[in-house]
Design a protein around this ligand. Structure first.
Ligand code: ZN
Ligand code: ZN
Length: 77
């Protein structure tokens, strides 16, 4: 029998936890792993973005503060 492993942490999946996104099957052992694997991360602080996030110049940030911090960094050498 085939083993099913979590795409995020590589753990064996005992109870099936499968997510379909655009017809592709993703397997995880927990919702936490699914979120970790799928969710976008803030360009500035690397936090998982659960909500809408802040889109700025093609990047995504968790908050306005992070978008602002990154802008400040790129402006100041
Ligand atoms: Zn996992
Ligand atoms: Zn951030």
């Amino acid at each position: 029998m085939d083993e099913t492993r979590c795409l995020n942490c590589g753990e064996n999946i005992e109870k099936d936890y499968i997510l379909f996104i655009n017809g592709t099957e993703y397997t995880f052992d927990s919702f936490e792993c699914a979120v970790n694997f799928m969710a976008p991360r803030c360009t500035n602080c690397n936090s998982v973005i659960m909500g809408q996030g802040v889109h700025f110049e093609g990047e995504i940030y968790c908050t306005d503060d992070c978008a602002g911090a990154e802008t400040y960094k790129t402006v100041v050498p």
